[in-house]
Design a protein around this ligand. Structure first.
Ligand SMILES: Nc1nc2c(c(=O)[nH]1)N[C@H]1C(S)=C(S)[C@@H](COP(=O)(O)OP(=O)(O)OC[C@H]3O[C@@H](n4cnc5c(=O)[nH]c(N)nc54)[C@H](O)[C@@H]3O)O[C@H]1N2
Ligand SMILES: Nc1nc2c(c(=O)[nH]1)N[C@H]1C(S)=C(S)[C@@H](COP(=O)(O)OP(=O)(O)OC[C@H]3O[C@@H](n4cnc5c(=O)[nH]c(N)nc54)[C@H](O)[C@@H]3O)O[C@H]1N2
Ligand code: SF4
Ligand SMILES: [Mo]
Length: 713
């Protein structure tokens, strides 16, 4: 067959780079960035360019598999697999109730436009609320911040129009992660360079001189985990010096005086002692940010994996609000969303009480652990292993893993592995034999993104323009695979349960096309799926740009600077001993990071990624520390936390200060013991405890700034 070039977008990370893909005989033979695409402009990374390997390489799952008594796997048809799985799920639910059936959705699940909604609808249909996802081991505190602070109807300042951007523990140059107002992950270097050319001042707060920090005008190299202290100090400077937007605050904000009192003791000297940022530098950053006049503070995973993440995120909201970084009446809302409902966007606060139930916390089903509750209609993932292992009412006995790899991703991963291995039934739908799949009773071969239709609905709010892309399939596999959500239709049909979506029920007997499913998930969109689907490639729907409307009269809401819990937690933080001044067994802090060549556990087996990025997740440390330990780059070290110990390969870097170890996650092949670290890396999640040092609202474990002792191995 002739060579054909097709347009699609990469779904390996949330940068969703637009691609031109050469296809011959249903094989991807070449992948290039689509230069004509207005969102990503031809940008791709080394991971995305190896998508052909991910699709057609020897590791690709080409059949569903069933685990045999001796631990080996035999191929099984998807129909037969669903028959058997449904039978076992039915039996377990009859014996133990529906909550005994749980699910965990991972990152790849979010990159399939239909999976998240279908998974939730399937769970509602069987009556089980045991839904878990990466949302609660990633940045749940961002949603909690909205729930406590409230939201501005007219949206916040975008990066494109910013004079200043404050980026806290976010490295979009590598991660591609876009957060509102932050450096866009879509073609990040170009967007950052363009912004700097027009005068943007970039402030980065990061313990590592990251690829983004290197490009900053001001880099505050904070001690890991001290963001609440530093941000409280910056807010104090802004409020003390009267640099805030007094008019906006008087009209729309509540609790500033209480906040002011709670941060009074976060003096520049205290911040310097505790967070390791020189007082003058902190003051300069506060003044620079407040000067604006446009621009936002935003954060990534760094501060959200550290202690007090929900407090940190609240302080970030406060920084934006007291500086009035919200669009006013008549200003342009450059991206109201394309796949969002056509609701009015008004210049007024939306009070927490008026937000949809999704934002609620501290209610719903109560976890059996740590007094935690359901969040975002899910249970907190930091409790999943315990919910599986602990006998009693609500114990999970069957788990469906969808586009995720909890064996290496979950906090306290050894406990997670024990939990996965103890299940009555583990089903994993994946495109390859992941560390989790290798423990499953049934492995369902999933459709690869290039074998699916998908839309940019997941990234819809994050573009700077009303951009959308609906991709058709690039290739059709000649083997038996399912889309993740087709598994749920198949199981619902066999169990006789329903799948009810916002726009109506799915006929589980007849099945549905992807387009039908998407329309039912989001029945009201600004631009219809049909219209977006009819276009080849990505498109900007310029007529969707809105002017922020006048406030709806009669709604008296204010943004909250001191909602319940905030001032108390600030005082708690202020009362803590200064970690840097304590003597103890733990001499270093291990921080999280992303690696250019790998996406969590994905890509560790890609040939070019291995060639350029290696086959391990090195422990990056300052050369002074290595010398003190008497070890060199490439030597094995032992890293011990109060939870566990791992072996890792040390690597010298001048990007972190003495006392810091920077190391990526999701490596190590799911070993309970030290595996071959040089060949498969080591799993930092083994060092993470779930039952100490967790966020009281989200249960988020301390996945960065982990106190560790480092020794030669
Ligand atoms: N210590 C520590 N722990 C962390 C983090 C950290 O920084 N430090 N980060 C946390 C964060 S932010 C996250 S998001 C999680 C990641 O947690 P997970 O999402 O659970 O981990 P991934 O490795 O991304 O798993 C993706 C899986 O999906 C599969 N896959 C790829 N494409 C498809 C597809 O199209 N369909 C299906 N069905 N499967 C597919 C891949 O083969 C892989 O097995 O880890 C968290 N854990
Ligand atoms: N190449 C690549 N891209 C990815 C991924 C990947 O694994 N590889 N994973 C994807 C996923 S699941 C996610 S959630 C996103 C995450 O996207 P980002 O949040 O941008 O992820 P990182 O690049 O790890 O950036 C986090 C930064 O926080 C810093 N940091 C660590 N601890 C602290 C702290 O205590 N305080 C502060 N202020 N900073 C701290 C780290 O040094 C690091 O530079 O990336 C996604 N994109
Ligand atoms: S940054 Fe790389 S992995 Fe992410 S979408 Fe773009 S090409 Fe794919
Ligand atoms: Mo993530």
């Amino acid at each position: 067959m002739a060579l054909e070039t097709k347009k699609t977008f990469c779904r390996m990370c949330s940068a969703y780079c637009a691609l031109d893909v050469d296809v011959e005989d249903e094989q991807v033979v070449a992948v290039r960035g689509d230069k004509s695409d207005s969102a990503t402009g031809g940008y791709t990374c080394i991971k995305g360019r190896q998508v052909g390997h991910q699709l057609h390489g020897p590791q690709r799952l080409r059949s569903c598999l069933k685990r045999q008594a001796d631990g080996s796997y035999e191929p099984i048809s998807s129909e037969q697999a669903m028959d058997e799985i449904a039978e076992r799920l039915g039996g377990l639910m009859e014996a133990h109730g529906p909550d005994a059936v749980g699910s965990y959705q991972g990152t790849a699940g979010f990159f399939n436009s239909a999976t998240h909604a279908m998974l939730h609808a399937w769970h509602k249909g069987i009556g089980s609320s045991s839904v878990y996802s990466t949302m609660t081991i990633d940045q749940p505190s961002k949603i909690i911040a909205v729930a406590r602070h409230g939201l501005w109807g007219g949206g916040g300042h975008t990066f494109a129009s910013a004079d200043v951007a404050l980026s806290i523990g976010n490295n979009p140059v590598i991660s591609g992660l876009t957060l509102p107002g932050g450096i866009p992950g879509f073609n990040p270097v170009k967007r950052l360079n363009d912004a700097k050319k027009r005068g943007l001042e970039l402030i980065v707060i990061d313990p590592r001189r990251s690829e983004s920090a290197r490009r900053a005008d001001l880099h505050l190299q904070i001690r890991p985990g001290e963001d609440p202290t530093l941000l409280a100090g910056m807010l104090r400077v802004i409020l003390d010096e009267g640099l805030h937007d007094v008019e906006f605050c008087n009209e729309h904000v509540e609790g500033i005086d209480e906040l002011r009192a709670a941060i009074a003791d976060f003096t520049p000297d205290y911040v310097e002692r505790r967070a390791g940022v020189p007082a003058e530098q902190m003051i300069e950053a506060a003044r620079l940010f407040a000067a604006g006049p446009r621009g936002s503070a935003s954060s990534g995973t760094g501060p959200d994996m550290a202690p007090h993440p929900s407090l940190t995120e609240h302080l970030i909201s406060c920084l934006n609000t007291v500086c009035g970084r919200h669009n006013r009446e008549g200003e342009a809302l450059t991206n109201p969303g394309v796949f969002t409902p056509p609701l009015p966007r008004t210049a007024q606060p939306i009070a927490p009480a008026l937000l949809p139930p999704f934002f609620g916390f501290g209610k719903g089903r109560k976890s059996r652990f740590r007094g935690l509750y359901q969040l975002f209609e899910e249970m907190p993932t930091a409790t999943l292993a315990e919910e599986i292992l602990e006998p009693g009412e609500g114990q999970i006995r069957a788990l469906m893993v969808v586009g995720g790899n909890p064996a290496v991703a979950a906090p306290d991963s050894c406990n997670m592995i024990r939990a996965l291995e103890s299940l009555d039934l583990l089903v994993c739908i994946d495109i390859a034999m992941s560390a989790t799949a290798r423990r499953a009773d049934y492995v369902i071969a999933a459709r690869h993104p290039f074998e699916r239709e998908d839309a940019t609905d997941f990234t819809d709010p994050f573009y700077e323009e009303p951009y959308a892309f609906y991709t058709h399939k690039v290739v059709e596999p000649d083997f038996d695979v399912l889309e993740d959500w087709e598994l749920f239709i198949g199981l619902a049909k066999r169990l006789g349960s329903e799948i009810e979506l916002a726009g109506g029920a799915i006929d589980t007997g007849a099945g549905a096309t992807k387009l039908e499913v998407l329309k039912r998930i989001r029945p009201e969109t600004r631009v219809s799926y049909d219209e977006v689907r009819a276009k080849s490639g990505g498109h900007v729907y310029e007529d969707q740009v809105l002017e922020v409307a006048p406030p709806i009269p009669g709604i008296e809401a204010r943004l909250q600077c001191a909602p319940e819990g905030i001032c108390e937690e600030l005082r708690e933080v202020r009362g803590e001993p200064i970690a840097a001044e304590q003597e103890g067994a733990f001499t270093h802090l291990l921080i999280c990071r992303r690696l250019r060549h790998f996406q969590n556990s994905v890509g560790q087996d890609f040939p070019q990624s291995q060639e350029q990025g290696g086959t391990t997740n090195s422990a990056y440390m300052n050369a002074v520390d290595l010398e003190e330990l008497g070890i060199g780059s490439g030597d094995l070290i032992s890293i011990e936390s109060d939870q566990d110990r791992i072996v890792a390969v040390a690597e010298a870097t001048d990007e972190v200060r003495s006392g810091v170890v920077s190391m990526s996650h999701c490596w190590g092949d799911g070993d309970l013991e030290d595996g071959d670290v040089r060949k498969s890396g080591s799993n930092t999640s083994r060092l993470v405890a779930t039952d100490r040092d967790y966020d009281a609202i989200t249960g988020m474990a301390r996945q960065t700034a982990i106190p560790v002792a480092v020794r030669p191995a």
